[in-house]
Design a protein. Sequence first.
Length: 225
Amino acid sequence: DAMLRLSGVEKVYNRGQTGEVRVLMGADLVLARGEMVALVAPSGAGKSTLLHIAGLLDTADAGRVEIGGEDMTGLSDRRRTTLRRQEVGFVYQFHHLLPEFTALENVVLPQLADGVARRTAEARARELLEQVGVGARAGHRPSALSGGEQQRVAFCRALANSPRILLADEPTGNLDPGTSDQVFAALELLVRDSGLSALIATHNLELAARMDRILRLDQGRVVAG
Ligand code: ADP
Ligand code: ADP
């Protein structure tokens, strides 16, 4: 019961005089419903590229991406953008919260953009923030929050529109080890509670070991870890 399936995905970057970089060379991956999977590989191996293709932020040069059994190949840019907004939540190493807005507003805004009424959006935002222990910080701007708090708010924002897939690129990469553990626990809670499927790139092998499975990127292919 695949939520996300990549088959034979290839990606080549053309870097002018330095030539081509073949980053993905036939990557296959299946993420089942409700599964939380770690993607572990050294820097430069192509983790971000794979996440961007899986999350419809970038297109593959060859191969296929299916979300919920639907083929994403050859969609119009418009349809791709719609599906990305509905189906996929992204989390990065850096929170990318809007600095002029409070934590609450950062979680409310994507919902308003999706046509949700303000009252409903605020209630959902509060619920998410409380779930990860930052409810009391809802009225603060990102700059007034600690790194761990900022990242927990970013998780709430990623889940605000109830996507079916969460893609995370080194979500705890900027945090010290103690904070990293706590923040990962918050992410785990949100993922498990919402039943979504998550693919999480990390260098942290202890965190990877807490997930359902570990995958590695090796020579442009995905292999069991
Ligand atoms: P990772 O996330 O594992 O660090 P990336 O997917 O970011 O790996 O990058 C894989 C390789 O592709 C690296 O060599 C990187 O420099 C190169 N790369 C990534 N994005 C681009 C791009 N837009 N243009 C050219 N090269 C890129
Ligand atoms: P990470 O190591 O977290 O993957 P990077 O710093 O490698 O992040 O990449 C950040 C962004 O820059 C990504 O969107 C990636 O596609 C792009 N990028 C990475 N390497 C290159 C490159 N050599 N040329 C152009 N863009 C690149």
